[in-house]
Design a protein. Sequence first.
Length: 277
Amino acid sequence: MRVSALADLHTHTFRCGHAVGTEEEYVRQAVRLGLKAVAITDHIPFYWLPPEAHDPTLAMAPEELPAYVEAVLQLKGRYRGRVEVLLGIEADYVEGHEHTLAQILQTYPFDVVLGSVHWLAGFWVDAPTSLPEYQKGPERVQQIWARYWQTLEKAIRSGLFDVMAHLDLPKKFGFLPAEPLTELEDAVLQALLETGVAVELSSAGRRKPVGEDYPSPRWLARLATAGVPVVLSSDAHAPHEVGFAFALLQQQLQQLGVREVLTFRQRQPLALSLAEG
Ligand SMILES: [Zn+2]
Ligand SMILES: [Zn+2]
């Protein structure tokens, strides 16, 4: 199955300190695969923490952001006609810091803004250093999931994001809630439907201990049935991961009756037909 009509809307670069490759190497890989578009969406600097809390292995420093934007904008021009390069960012949602984030997002001409909940009041949802918290037992796992869904709902409703990244992130290490959190999950779905915010179908989970896409097949079926728009993403942290498993992602969506995925340009959604792929 060809993936040539598709767009990868989630990639990182060396700037975040835990990915490898320059922006251009990601773009070149997208050209090699024949993708229609690729968004460079590196992690936003820690805007919600004091400068001394900056961790160069998690995100670029605030002063690096202009150079990142400039690099991506240059590639946009240089690769025109070969692949559409989108200026994106993966932006953390942090409750209480919405205004600061809004200001950063307004400063640059982003094509697409991915929203992520990695941080829950001092707790990193997906950092390996958080593993001991998950290992404390089912009660703690339940708490983390509940807190996560509540925060995610607020993120969706914040109006700051075009696409929600890795929807069911707390599963990364394989810890699932013991009791279904139906009400909280329903509230997340409702928020998506009311706001029109899209969700990424990301192959990154295939490279993690959990070994499945974000979101899970169960969630994906729910989103598809409800008509929530989907984008494809690899969450590549190395250039060769661009477009990772896209043929399989495409197949899954088609089996669920989904006919199109979205790409973005200047934060406006555009449909890409899966049939052409
Ligand atoms: Zn990352
Ligand atoms: Zn992320």
